[in-house]
Design a protein around this ligand. Structure first.
Ligand SMILES: NC(=O)C1=CN([C@@H]2O[C@H](COP(=O)(O)OP(=O)(O)OC[C@H]3O[C@@H](n4cnc5c(N)ncnc54)[C@H](OP(=O)(O)O)[C@@H]3O)[C@@H](O)[C@H]2O)C=CC1
Ligand SMILES: C[C@H]1O[C@H](OP(=O)(O)OP(=O)(O)OC[C@H]2O[C@@H](n3cnc4c(=O)[nH]c(N)nc43)[C@H](O)[C@@H]2O)[C@@H](O)[C@@H](O)C1=O
Length: 315
């Protein structure tokens, strides 16, 4: 198994690079990855050619157009179309070229905006989606269903893992396109350095969110690779959430900022709550290990050591 050829699509991203590190640590020694400039996964012919040449045994799909609440609501077409193109090309080529195991990564936003909490896998397609990210969610739902269809029709081990909001090393710290946690680390740090200036945050601060360290997600992916699951869809999270205002206080303390916080209510709140029910993963034997406090501290340390390399992330 350790010698199987594993293609990690999106291996330079936050998630893909964490999966690469975790697989190497576990002794997997036949990993392949391509940057988007070497292989544009939106290009069907290029993807077919790549699969024909490489013939991977396993594919892990961590390539996607990804962004925070504002990027998702400002660029609906890219979030819908690019994600469908990338995943369709990867899934269809995997079927054609006999890939035995495919791990698709979605997101907790696939569940209805007002679904009961915590979110069980069964709530998929039971109600309307959150408008700020319905485009991205629809693409991800199509990916889940494509893997489910292959499983049902062809009996292949294609599964979907649905991570909650992620953070960690190699996150996107560009304030226009990032998610909330890296945005807070950067905003509090820069305000501290400038003399504890006030920090402007988005929305009301009342929505609840759950956060999983990316190394925990990578551990779940390795677990899913090493085991055969009976079903097609599994939530991956901590099963604990907190209000955005509390998250802000946690990050502020870790960074050591002592100024004020200001809430810009012209920016969207997004879904009020999206807490994962993680009992299905727990039943098969996996649970998260890294606490939020510990994860924020190590991510802030990573930010301090790497901030000179950050680039603007354009859409
Ligand atoms: N971040 C989060 O909070 C969450 C993420 N996820 C999911 O995890 C997965 C990875 O996300 P994350 O690591 O955060 O995202 P990143 O933006 O960090 O990484 C995305 C990766 O996708 C690659 N990619 C994007 N477009 C293309 C393309 N056209 N052709 C080839 N490669 C492409 C990029 O390649 P390159 O660097 O070479 O350009 C990059 O390596 C996604 O499926 C996402 O939906 C799920 C829940 C939460
Ligand atoms: C992973 C998930 O990520 C996205 O959903 P989201 O959870 O709403 O994303 P977010 O991390 O950007 O925001 C979380 C909350 O935090 C608030 N907030 C405060 N201040 C800042 C801030 O400075 N930046 C950001 N981005 N948010 C802020 C913000 O207003 C919101 O209430 C999906 O589009 C979709 O891509 C998806 O699947």
């Amino acid at each position: 198994m350790r010698t199987k050829k594993i293609y990690i699509a999106g291996h330079r991203g936050m998630v893909g690079s964490a999966i690469w590190r975790a697989l190497e640590k576990e002794g997997y020694n036949n990993l392949i990855g391509k940057t988007s400039s070497e292989l544009d996964l939106r290009d069907q012919n290029a993807v077919i050619e790549f699969f024909e040449k490489e013939k991977p045994d396993v594919v892990i799909d961590a390539a996607a157009r990804v962004g925070g609440i504002l990027a998702n609501s400002n660029y609906p077409y890219q979030f819908l179309m690019e994600n469908m193109q990338i995943q369709n090309n990867l899934i269809d080529s995997s079927l054609k070229f006999e890939v035995q195991k495919f791990i698709f990564l979605g997101s907790s936003c696939i569940y209805p905006r007002l679904a009961p909490q915590p979110l069980k896998e069964d709530y998929l397609l039971s109600g309307a989606l959150e408008p700020t990210n319905e485009w991205y969610a629809i693409a991800k739902i199509a990916g889940v269903k494509a893997c489910e269809a292959i499983r049902k029709q062809f009996g292949r081990d294609y599964i979907s893992l649905m991570p909650t909001n992620l953070y960690g090393p190699f996150d996107n710290f560009d304030l226009k396109t990032s998610h909330v946690l890296p945005a807070m680390i950067r905003k509090f740090h820069e305000a501290k350095i400038a003399g504890n200036l006030p920090v402007k945050l988005w929305g009301s601060g009342t929505p609840l969110r759950e956060f999983l360290h990316v190394d925990d997600l990578a551990d779940a992916v390795v677990f899913a690779l090493d085991n055969t699951f009976e079903d097609n869809l599994y939530n991956v999270g901590t099963g604990k959430d907190l209000p955005i205002k509390e998250l802000a206080s946690l990050v502020q303390n870790v960074v050591g900022h002592t100024g004020k916080m200001v809430w810009d209510t012209s920016k969207p709140d997004g879904t009020p709550r999206k807490l994962m029910d993680v009992s299905k993963m727990e039943k098969v034997g996996w649970s998260a290990k890294i606490s939020l406090e510990e994860g924020i501290q190590s991510t802030y340390q990573w930010f301090l050591e790497n901030q000179q390399n950050f680039k603007e992330v354009k859409i």
